[in-house]
Structure formats: structure tokens, C-alpha cells
Design a protein around this ligand. Structure first.
Ligand SMILES: [Zn+2]
Ligand SMILES: [Zn+2]
Length: 360
């Protein structure tokens, strides 16, 4: 459906009649037509007018027909298996690790998580706040250390995930099961719909950002250095850790943990938990995921309000990333943080929530 028609349907909910709607978006009528007349369905408050391509488009539905055959990407399957074997071996080495090696691995984990959550996710995918150059430099280094594809590709996949959630155009469609949405999607070729719909998104802001394009250009050598070589060499060189401990704990185990906690946002937080803000979408509130992934488990809220810099109704409640962004704001490095008003959140809870919110 062309964008202007979508806009028309969306704005028609603000009027008192729905007779002009010929094809109501998926899931809306379940909730009762009258309720939807009063407030726009997808756009909410216009607190971030510069971007719309991460807003859910319920008019897109999977085409009928057989599923395309799975095409395995053997290189990824082998590398991912080796990494996880190395990480498992790393677990057995933890008791014999030097304290500073463990501390170092923990700090790497925190930095990598921030690269994804505060960087690739909240800054570059959703533009929920603005960051000055020193912070953007830190985040691009941190994101490179996390090695989850460069920011441009990550943000493109992620905007596609939000706009076409739970369809074949969603790169990690959770309707294809826990394993697929967790890691399986990285081990097979993308569904043709991902490429087709992902290609329609506006990524001009990312293309225009020199730092993002710079990372993309030098991504492979940068990842080798930031994710593997440097984290392995530091404990070995500075406090005489064995090379094996350094490699398997500070690098393999730390990298595998960061990957898995962020993947849990796509798998567990789309499958397990309450939906206090919107029961018509699959993403859920999952506190355990928030604990591991720096505050990214308030996922029903986040899909309902993707432009909120806290990715949660709250600020510092199990949300290390928001704490970090707020600290950066105190230093003047982060600014223009978008936060949805309480009134808009309460209205949404009332309109589309599953009744599990304390205010419901
Ligand atoms: Zn999601
Ligand atoms: Zn998101």
C-alpha cells in the first residue's frame, strides 16, 4: 500500500467515522472499531517527525504461497559453532582466570552492549536522541567491538524488523520460532521479502553520516582488531594472563555472551512476557532480557513507541543504557532525548494494552 494511503487510513482514525476504511490493518478490529476512532493507530505523538520508517506498518501482510527453501550459509554455521565451542571451553577456564582478566571481560561486555543498545539501536536505528562527535566515536568503536554487522546494515535490518514485524519481511521473524529469531536467521539466506521490503526504506540519514560510512568501509579489519585481537592481547600483555585464557574468556566467551543477550531481544522478548501497551503485536516485556541486554527487554513498549530514547516507559529501572545516555547528557555529549508523555502512554495502555499494566 502506498505511503499516502497509509497516512490517510491512519488519520481517518482521528475522525468519528471509519466508513472510508476499506481494508482495516491486521489486528485492529479485534480490539473494537469504536476505540480506534479517537486516536491515530501507529504514529502516536509526533515527537520525532524526521523519521517514520521504523513505525509498524500493519497493512503489510505475507503473500500466500509455499515458503521458499532454506538456503544454509555454511561459513556462518561453521564460524558460529566454533565460536560457541570456544566460549564453552572458556567457561571451564573461568575459575583459573586472573581477576583482572574477568574484570576486563566484564568491561568489554558492557562496552560492546552499549555499542549495540545506545549506538546501533537507540541512536542510529531509531534516532531517539542526538550525540556529539566524541560520543559517536565511542559508540562506533563499541559497536565494532560487538561485531554484529556494521551500523548501516544493523539499522537497516532493525528498521525492517520494526516496520514489518512478524512477517517474512522481518529479518528475524519470531513466528518462525525461537531458534530462527535468536540465531537461525544469521545462518540462512535472507527471505526474499526482507530484501524487497528492506530496500524500500529510507536510509538517507545513515548514508549521510560520514562516521557510519567510514565504519562500513573498514569494517572487516576494524572488527578483527576491536573484537578479537585487542581484547585477547590486553590481558596477555599487561598482566601475564595465558594466551588461551585470554582468547577463550576475554574474547570468545565475552563475544558469545554479548551476542546471545542481544539475540534474546529478538527471540525471548518476542515470545515470553506481558503486553501491557499493545496486545496486538508480538513483542513483550521481559525483565530478564532487560537485565542482560542493558535495558532492551521492555520490548512491548519499545515496539509501541520506537522513538522513545529509554526504550521503556521508565528511565533507570533495569536500564543501564538509559543511565549511560543520561550521564552523557550531563556531560553535554547527548541531547534532544525523545520521551513519550505519560498521558500518551496511559492512553495507549487503555486503548490497546492486555490489562497487565498496574494502571489498567
Ligand atoms: Zn523486536
Ligand atoms: Zn528497536
Amino acid at each position: 500500500m502506498p505511503a499516502h494511503m497509509l497516512q490517510e487510513i491512519s488519520s481517518s482514525y482521528t475522525t468519528t467515522t471509519t466508513t472510508t476504511i476499506t481494508a482495516p490493518p491486521k489486528g485492529t478490529l479485534k480490539n473494537g472499531g469504536e476505540k480506534l476512532e479517537k486516536t491515530p493507530l501507529y504514529l502516536g505523538e509526533d515527537i520525532r517527525p524526521e523519521m517514520k520508517d521504523d513505525i509498524y506498518d500493519p497493512s503489510y501482510q505475507d503473500a500466500e504461497g509455499p515458503r521458499p527453501k532454506l538456503e544454509y550459509v555454511w561459513r556462518n554455521i561453521i564460524l558460529m559453532s566454533l565460536l560457541h565451542l570456544g566460549a564453552l571451553y572458556g567457561i571451564t577456564l573461568v575459575p583459573t582466570c586472573k581477576f583482572y582478566t574477568l574484570l576486563c571481560a566484564y568491561v568489554y561486555y558492557l562496552i560492546s552492549v552499549l555499542g549495540i543498545t545506545a549506538g546501533a539501536h537507540r541512536l542510529w536505528s531509531h534516532r531517539t536522541y542526538k550525540a556529539r562527535l566524541p560520543l559517536r566515536l565511542f559508540l562506533i568503536f563499541a559497536d565494532t567491538m560487538a561485531f554484529q554487522n556494521d551500523v548501516y546494515e544493523w539499522a537497516r535490518d532493525h528498521r525492517t524488523h520494526h516496520k514489518f514485524s512478524e512477517t517474512h519481511a522481518d529479518p528475524h521473524n519470531s513466528r518462525r520460532g525461537f531458534f530462527f529469531s535468536h540465531v537461525g536467521w544469521l545462518l540462512v539466506r535472507k527471505h526474499p521479502a526482507v530484501k524487497e521490503k528492506g530496500g524500500t526504506l529510507d536510509l538517507s540519514d545513515l548514508k549521510a553520516e560520514k562516521l557510519v560510512m567510514f565504519q562500513r568501509r573498514y569494517y572487516k579489519p576494524a572488527v578483527l582488531l576491536m573484537c578479537f585481537i585487542l581484547p585477547t592481547l590486553v590481558p596477555w600483555f599487561f598482566w601475564g594472563e595465558t594466551f588461551l585464557h585470554s582468547l577463550c574468556v576475554a574474547t570468545f566467551l565475552r563475544y558469545a555472551i554479548v551476542l546471545n543477550v542481544t539475540w534474546l531481544v529478538n527471540s525471548a522478548a518476542h515470545l515470553y512476557g506481558y503486553r501491557p501497551y499493545d496486545k496486538n503485536i508480538d513483542s513483550r516485556e521481559n525483565i530478564l532480557v532487560s537485565l542482560g541486554a542493558g535495558g532492551e527487554g521492555f520490548h512491548n513498549y519499545h515496539h509501541s513507541f520506537p522513538y522513545d530514547y529509554s526504550a521503556s516507559e521508565y528511565r533507570w529501572h533495569i536500564n543501564f543504557t538509559t543511565f549511560f545516555i543520561d550521564c552523557m547528557a550531563v556531560l553535554g555529549l547527548a541531547y534532544d532525548r525523545k520521551k513519550v508523555s505519560k498521558a500518551a502512554v496511559l492512553a495507549r495502555i487503555k486503548r490497546t494494552g492486555d490489562g497487565s499494566h498496574k494502571s489498567a
